[in-house]
Design a protein around this ligand. Structure first.
Ligand SMILES: *Cc1c(COP(=O)(O)O)cnc(C)c1O
Length: 393
């Protein structure tokens, strides 16, 4: 049950719903590994692909299919495969693009595990990689070669929220016949549609805003039907990064409120950004919804809204940043994001602790950089919490 003309909020509630003969209101949870066939002939036909139907939950499962279809509706994508985590989605999408002898390009500013796959794992299998400053289109031009089979980017990036011109990069990658994979976790499907901007594949960690309540891991790879069936599906089916039906069910329910949550969280984030920008105890503030974002023109071109995330530097170094974090009462210290609970992290000593100091500074992550994921708490309560923490430094 889907109508292409529905607005996102409607698709998020109804998209992909397939009812069992019981006519249940809520999506059914098909917690099963396998499926039975009416006859030996029917089993043979299903394995031959002559009749559609399920075979084994590593390949596909009715609850997982509902989640995949709802995400396809939201992204206007032709096909998708749900995965056990965001990293399973990133890894399988990248691996399906390349073989030994190919070349791959990505920005240096990436979620740590994404960078590990590109920088450390790909070269072990004979794929040469080039890491660049993703916000500089000249560096993309210089890096892309005739054998560049793929590129990967996040926009806005973790943790410093710089943005990459998706359309411009897609054009460059397509000139040599490569595929552009976009990790849309920070923007969410509510504010940005990479496939409509020219990307070939979009991936999510569903663990973040799609769940939105900190419960389970999940991921998804969305693209065109041809690539998913011809290039991606067999690798996916035989290597098994599949999503559990239980997680798909939780995430389907999460999607129902995605539009509400992301809009509310972004609205609160904008207010917190305004508050922080007015304090002399904050030296730099980066919020994609503000005019003073370093790439506000690109944000305006490719995003429909700001972000649930903000990044800022506390004047006074690590000690002041720690003092500020510890003084927050409502906002919890955690490296996670996209949760209903507001979370703050000090990247230099947590998510990016293993990155060498020089490389970290190059990414704009200093000892006094903090990243906040804004939750669903009352706006006034949160503003008061931030004001008190600023006063405590
Ligand atoms: C969290 C995250 C991932 C990885 O997702 P998991 O579900 O934790 O495996 C990938 N990219 C970005 C931008 C993320 O924030």
């Amino acid at each position: 049950m889907t109508n292409k003309n529905w607005k996102p909020a409607t698709k998020l509630v109804h998209g992909g719903t397939t009812r069992s003969p019981f006519g249940e209101t809520s999506e059914a949870l098909f917690l099963t590994q396998g499926f039975v066939y009416d006859s030996a002939e029917a089993a043979e036909a299903r394995f031959l692909g002559d009749n559609s139907g399920y075979i084994y939950s590593r390949y596909a499962n009715p609850t997982v299919s509902m989640f995949e279809q709802r995400m396809c509706d939201l992204e206007n994508a032709e096909a998708a495969r749900a995965t056990s985590s965001g990293m399973a989605a990133v890894n399988s999408a990248i691996m399906a693009c390349v073989k030994a002898g190919d070349h791959f390009v990505a920005p240096k500013a990436l979620f740590g595990s994404c960078r590990y796959i590109i920088e450390k794992i790909l070269p072990r299998y004979g794929v040469e990689t080039t890491l660049i400053d993703g916000s500089n289109i000249e560096e993309w031009k210089a890096a892309i070669r005739p054998n560049t089979k793929g590129a990967f980017l996040e926009s806005p990036t973790n943790p410093t929220l710089s943005v990459v011109d998706i359309q411009a990069v897609a054009d460059l990658v397509h000139e040599v016949g490569g595929r552009l994979i976009v990790d849309n976790v920070f923007a969410t499907a509510i504010w940005q549609s990479p496939l409509q901007l020219g990307a070939d594949v979009v991936i999510y960690s569903a663990t973040k805003h799609i769940d939105g309540q900190g419960r389970c891991l999940g991921g998804i790879v969305l693209s065109d039907e041809k690539w998913i069936t011809e290039e991606f599906h067999d690798m996916f089916k035989h290597t098994g990064p599949s999503m559990s039906p239980f997680n798909a069910w939780v995430l389907l329910k999460g999607l129902e409120t995605l539009d509400l949550r992301v809009k509310r969280q972004s609205e609160t984030a904008a207010k917190i950004a305004d508050l922080l920008s007015q304090s002399e105890k904050v030296s730099t503030l980066i919020y994609p919804g503000r005019e003073d974002h370093p790439q506000a023109d690109i944000v305006k071109k490719q995003m429909r809204g700001g972000s649930t995330m903000l990044a800022f530097d506390i004047a006074g170094g690590k000690e002041a940043a720690f003092k500020f974090s510890n003084a927050l009462e409502i906002v919890s210290l955690s490296n996670n994001l996209g949760d209903a609970k507001s979370l703050i992290t000090h990247p230099a000593t947590t998510t990016h602790q293993s990155v060498a100091e020089e490389a970290r500074l190059e990414l704009g992550i200093s000892d006094h950089t903090l990243r906040v994921s804004v939750g669903l708490e009352d706006q006034e309560d949160l503003l008061e919490d931030f004001s008190k923490a600023l006063a405590a430094i």
